[in-house]
Design a protein around this ligand. Structure first.
Ligand SMILES: Nc1nc2c(c(=O)[nH]1)N[C@H]1C(S)=C(S)[C@@H](COP(=O)(O)OP(=O)(O)OC[C@H]3O[C@@H](n4cnc5c(N)ncnc54)[C@H](O)[C@@H]3O)O[C@H]1N2
Ligand code: MOO
Length: 452
């Protein structure tokens, strides 16, 4: 697939000084689409990885799963019983039974039968398999004294069918499920335990899965503490502990979470020196005296693809393509700038980072599901709102504590409702961005306290 380089969605390509710039915010759906395009563009040219079966679980197939063999690979018996040739009664061959995993020892001639196990390769010449419970054997008197062995038959044994025998019955013909080269599953299929089983049956030792996107997190802000209680204008870093595990849950390989402070030079060095596919910064996206993200992107020769989004919270979020790394010219790198307010950062994560990572992993655009909202939700006059909700009885219930600086709502939520400009009346179906972890059992009382 040849992909065109994604263009900035708003006028202007270079990140430069912000002063006096026109408002360039992108509408929310278009911002997500731009993130998908960026991920698709970065994925093109990345060769998939051959992951051993056990390590591929949960990933998606980078290529279609083609059968490496016919399945079944040979004609097999579907039942324990007798491989028979032609019409009965049949003379039982005394030279052995055919077990699963063993090459057939006998070639069945017309009027002959040989004992066979489920899954065993049927001897050539077999016309049907007669189930044990549908058969009767008759032994000649002279041989009765012979010691019986489970895998050999007394000489002169005759086999009778107790039911009509239809040609081909209880034989699974070679290639019944698939022929070698058949497409078993398309690219993009999630590797589940069942897919692992099918892949093994079809001859795979490794599966082609996309390289896990490599992400580096840069936490900006001199006011942030990594331990203890807030004091003297200092607050705890809420994003460092949250973003790494969140990105891991999205399938990314988190290289590092680094604390940079409000130092523009250190930020420049970290951004330009990063080997990650995606650099995620937190804070410093606005126009304050120590908000360095735009300036550093300009100096680093980055291209802004999204510079502000018409969404609340989180509107200063941005997406940029970083200049090519001289050491790895084909490696496309992006940066997502998350606003510092913690719920605004979550909004940026779900609006820009998640779709980009999903596309980079070949997972499609993850169309949100639609759920009716239980209560009226107030909207912003012009912008989309993302509001934490819990699912109750098939409806989305908006939670309180949904301000840009608050995490109390999202910590109790199942997802974020996408509220269009102007708001939504009770009962209206809204897109829901589900969170990438299972619902917590027993969380209902805490959530109850958060309802509007
Ligand atoms: N003049 C304007 N000021 C602001 C605007 C604006 O449009 N014009 N936008 C506001 C909005 S909306 C947001 S969101 C913030 C975004 O600001 P930054 O991305 O530059 O973030 P900071 O200023 O660094 O921090 C904002 C806020 O968040 C706290 N913070 C930052 N990092 C963390 C963290 N890791 N853990 C917890 N809290 C964090 C920081 O202390 C600030 O309180 O800008 C508005 N201003
Ligand atoms: O966009 Mo800001 O996130 O509203 O606080």
């Amino acid at each position: 697939m040849s992909l065109k380089e994604p263009l900035p969605v708003a006028p202007g390509t270079a990140a430069g000084p912000r002063a006096e710039q026109p408002h360039r915010a992108t509408v929310w759906p278009e911002a997500r689409a731009a993130a998908v395009r960026a991920g698709d563009f970065a994925r093109a040219g990345r060769a998939p990885l051959g992951a051993p079966l056990g390590q591929a679980l949960g990933q998606v197939l980078a290529e279609p799963l083609l059968a490496l063999t016919d399945l079944p690979p040979f004609d097999t018996s579907a039942m324990d019983g007798w491989a028979v040739a032609g019409p009965g009664p049949w003379a039982v061959r005394e030279d052995g039974a055919v077990l699963a995993g063993h090459a057939p020892t006998a070639v069945a001639g017309d009027g002959e039968a040989v004992r066979i196990a489920t899954g065993a390769r049927v001897p050539s010449g077999t016309t049907a398999v007669l189930r044990t419970e549908h058969s009767r054997t008759e032994h000649s008197r002279t041989e009765h004294s012979r010691v019986e062995h489970p895998l050999t038959e007394p000489i002169g044994t005759l086999l009778h069918a107790l039911r009509e025998v239809v040609p081909g019955q209880d034989i699974r013909p070679r290639g019944q499920e698939c022929r070698s080269g058949d497409e078993l599953l398309p690219a993009g299929t999630r590797v589940t335990p069942a897919v692992l089983g099918l892949a093994a049956a079809a001859g795979y030792d490794e599966l082609p899965v996309p390289l896990r996107p490599r992400v580096e997190i840069l936490i900006l802000g001199d006011e942030l503490l990594t331990a203890g209680l807030p004091h003297e204008g200092l607050i705890r870093d809420a994003l460092g502990p949250m973003l790494g595990p969140w990105l891991t849950a999205l399938g990314a390989d988190v290289l590092a979470t680094r604390r940079i402070g409000d130092d523009a030079e250190e930020l420049y060095a970290a951004v330009t020196g990063s080997t990650a596919d995606l650099v995620l910064t937190t804070g410093g996206t606005a126009a304050g005296p120590v908000d360095h993200v735009h300036g550093v992107l300009g100096k680093a020769g980055a291209t802004l693809l999204v510079d502000g989004v018409k969404v609340r919270p989180g509107h200063p979020m941005l997406l940029a393509r970083l200049a090519a790394d001289r050491g790895r010219p084909g490696h496309v790198r992006h940066l997502v700038g998350l606003p510092g307010n913690p719920l605004a950062a979550v909004s940026g994560l779900l609006t820009l980072a998640e779709p980009l990572l999903r596309a980079l992993s070949g997972e499609g655009d993850g169309t949100p599901r639609r759920v009716p909202v239980r209560d009226e939700v107030h909207g912003h006059p012009y912008d989309t709102r993302l509001v934490p909700v819990v699912h109750r009885d098939g409806r989305a219930v908006p939670l309180r504590y949904n301000g840009p600086a608050m995490l109390r709502g999202i910590a109790a939520a199942d997802g974020l409702a996408v509220v269009p400009p102007g708001g939504a009346h009770a009962g209206r179906e809204l897109d829901i961005l589900d969170l990438p972890w299972p619902k917590a059992a027993g969380a209902a009382p805490a959530q109850g306290a958060c309802f509007t």
